[in-house]
Ligand binder design. Sequence first.
Ligand code: SF4
Ligand code: SF4
Length: 380
Amino acid sequence: MILETIEKMKTLSERSILELTSAHEAGAKVIGHYCLYSPSELAIAAGAISVPLCGTRNDPIPAAEEILPRNLCPLIKSSFGFAVTDTCPYFAISDFLVGDTTCDGKKKMFELLSEYKPMHVLQLPQNQDPETALPFWKNELYRLKERLETELDTVITQENLQKAIKLLNRERRVLKRLMDLSKNQPSPISGMDLLQIKFKLGFFPEKEDGLSLVEDIIKEIEDMVSEGVEGCSTSAPRILLTGVPVGLGSEKVVKLIEDCGGVVVCFESCGGYKKVYQVDEDADPMDALAKQYLSTPCSVMSPNTGRYDLLSQLIGDFHVDGVVDLTWQACHTYNVESYSIKKHVKEVHGLPFIQIETDYSDSDTEQLKVRVEAFLEMLG
Ligand code: SF4
Ligand code: SF4
């Protein structure tokens, strides 16, 4: 599907680095984040621009492998490779980095990364217990707040924090409205288009610009649906993609599913539905942030019961025909959790399930194609 607004967003987002550079030259500070557990609201309330820095491209990986072990998740190697090669403009322009002690590979990589830029690492609890983990996590957010205030020579006021919560809640509502369009049967938008829009939205230095573009896209698609114009084929099997984060450059499996005749109607992962919660605007801002961010249903938590609940909800809401669980090589938490996710999908929902373990390279594309084709045939 080629929609004018989608094309416009693709073009405009290419200008975002130029706008970010001008804002930086004019004195704005840029904070780079590496994980969904890091609340961007704190950076925004400190008057800074927040950018996501998780590596999604294969090209910087060989340079990273000169320092890091080869048998490591590609997301970690790609993120570190960008620093070593100085090839990511968003990393280059970042004044300060925020990481979380999520999985072992990432937390050890942050130790090395701190040699490149000033960095603050949030100690993430391993469970979501409201009695023990939540107070600890809240204290961690206070430590980050203080560090940002020192680094940026500012004070994060209650009022600015509330404004930042409202802004990011709005962004998440818009993202949810966009993703919910795929509840239509057939889906009016492909998974690849959804992926592009979601990914590019994260890089607009002026959030309102990106949000109004996405609102235009939603309007255009809603009009299309009400006029009965079909986006994707009615016979395309509807796939829910769960597992590791996917972005532009690491879209191999999404593309394969759609090239083989399926359509990804729902991304349960980090840049998708895991992200579209609302932070309580009426509670104390630090309490609300701590509570909502800690509840992120990621496999680094043990137990991670929220992922099963979220999957059950999405499988029903999006009328899914099959579930694909994408795991990056050497990602132990997602790989181990895949066994229980498979049981959940098959036993509770009676749906076909496939796990795909891969990396960012093209070396296995042909083998994966055979598996994906066979899976989709079974659904058809
Ligand atoms: S998958 Fe988990 S650890 Fe990785 S970025 Fe998302 S929340 Fe963080
Ligand atoms: S995909 Fe897995 S191994 Fe890679 S950074 Fe995320 S949790 Fe860690």
